[in-house]
Structures are given as C-alpha cells and as structure tokens.
Design a protein around this ligand. Structure first.
Ligand code: CTP
Length: 219
C-alpha cells in the first residue's frame, strides 16, 4: 500500500451513468486497487421516522446526506484505517442495520450526485469528474431502474422527478459541474474518456510507488 490513497470524485445527475463510469474504470484495475464509496450509502439515518414520513424526505437536497460521517470515513481511509461503511436500502428509504467493514485501497472512488457540492469533500479529491448526460436520457434510465430495482411505481418516479429530483438538480447538482477537472459526456459509453481516466490513475499510482521507493531507499 502506498503513502496516500488517490481520491477520485465521480459526480453527475441522477441516472447520468456515474455507476457505469465507475465500473468501467474499476474493470481496468485489479480488485485490490480501487475502493468505491457511494454517497448514497451515507443518507442520514432515518430509523426514528415511520415509513410514511421517510417517503416525504427530499433525497436530492444536500441536507439529506450525513457528509460528516462520509468525510470522517474518507479521512480514516486516507490514514490507512478500515471503516464500517453503512448499507442503504432504497426500498425502505433507510440505512440497513448492517455495516460492511472495508479496508483502504490505493484508489478511492467517491460517487454521488452531490459530492462536489460540499467543499470539505472537494478538498479531499485528487481528480474531480462530472458525468454529463442529457435530462431526457437521465429520466428514462431513472424510470427503468427505480421501477425494476428500487421498488417504485411509475407515478411515484414521475412525481418525485418533478417535485424534487429536477428542481434540486438545477439548483444544486448542475452548478457543481464548474468544479470538475473532467466532464464526461454520456457516461459509461464514453470509452475514450474512461481510457484517459484509467491512464491518469495508472500514472499517479506509478509516480506514488516511485516516491515511496525513493523514500525507503533514503531511510
Ligand atoms: N433516492 C431515492 N430514494 C431514496 C434515496 C435516494 O429515490 N430513499 C434517489 C434520489 O432521489 C437521488 C438518487 O437516489 O436522485 C441518487 O442515486 P442515482 O444518482 O440516481 O444513482 P447512481 O446509481 O448512484 O448513479 P447513476 O444513475 O448516475 O449511475
């Protein structure tokens, strides 16, 4: 393990393809190299609220996230400590009781709609990426995914999109594009962009390795 893990932020609107971009990057490295941390898993714990109330939460507002815990966990990983990562269940709109203990790796990919909205998180990132996909494609993907995987009805997805996802995207997500080092149009299908990212990551890793070797020789 090298001196300091590399932190890469992958932001972008809901349904933009952050997960595909992240998966495509991971596929280019060994399983031991990249750890993925999803901001979604750090939604605030809502165990004290009944299900009906949790349905009303605005999950696209920055205040829905427990960024304090997320930041603490990134710091721990940067200091080579393991973390107890929360697990999120979209069907019940809450964290599960279980946590997963994960060990630090050389590269940490932090993925989520609002990771570039909190300057404390931005400060921890070495590379910032924004996946930029047109709204029509994002809503189609979201409809298909939420109905298939997240236990939602067509009406509820449309309702949520118009009342919170879209306005919050325009207010909070889209403006963070300006903080990105790289803007990737059309997400996971953009193989050129993925290749460029993978090359950059490999370059940073080999430079870090060289630096650690030099340091150990100097000692
Ligand atoms: N969300 C929800 N219900 C919850 C918690 C979150 O509907 N209980 C929704 C929020 O409305 C938010 C979205 O989850 O817009 C965030 O996930 P999203 O970015 O769509 O999924 P990813 O797989 O992380 O990203 P991508 O679709 O870009 O691959």
């Amino acid at each position: 393990m090298q001196d300091k893990p590399v932190v890469i932020g992958v932001a972008g609107g809901s349904g933009s393809g952050k997960t595909s971009v992240t998966k495509s990057i991971c596929q280019r490295f060994s399983d031991k190299t990249i750890l993925v941390i999803e901001q979604d898993y750090y939604y605030k714990d809502q165990s004290d609220l009944p299900f009906e109330e949790r349905l009303k939460t605005n999950y696209d507002h920055p205040l829905a996230f427990d960024n304090d815990l997320l930041i603490q966990h990134i710091h721990d990983l940067l200091n080579h400590k393991s973390i107890d990562k929360p697990v999120y269940d979209y069907k019940v709109h809450n964290r599960s009781k279980e946590v997963i203990t994960v060990e630090p790796k050389d590269v940490i990919i932090l993925e989520g709609i609002l990771i570039l909205e909190d300057p404390r998180l931005v400060d921890l990132m070495d590379i910032k990426v924004f996946v930029d996909t047109d709204a029509d494609l994002r809503i189609i993907r979201r409809l298909l995914r939420d109905i298939k995987d997240r236990g939602r009805s067509l009406d509820s997805v449309i309702d949520q999109y118009l009342n919170s996802v879209r306005p919050m995207h325009l207010q909070f997500v889209e403006p963070t594009k300006r903080y990105a080092d790289i803007i990737i149009p059309e997400g996971g299908e953009n193989h050129v962009a993925i290749d460029i990212m993978a090359t950059k990551i490999a370059d940073i890793l080999s430079k870090n390795k060289e630096n650690s070797l030099n340091k150990s020789i100097e000692k």
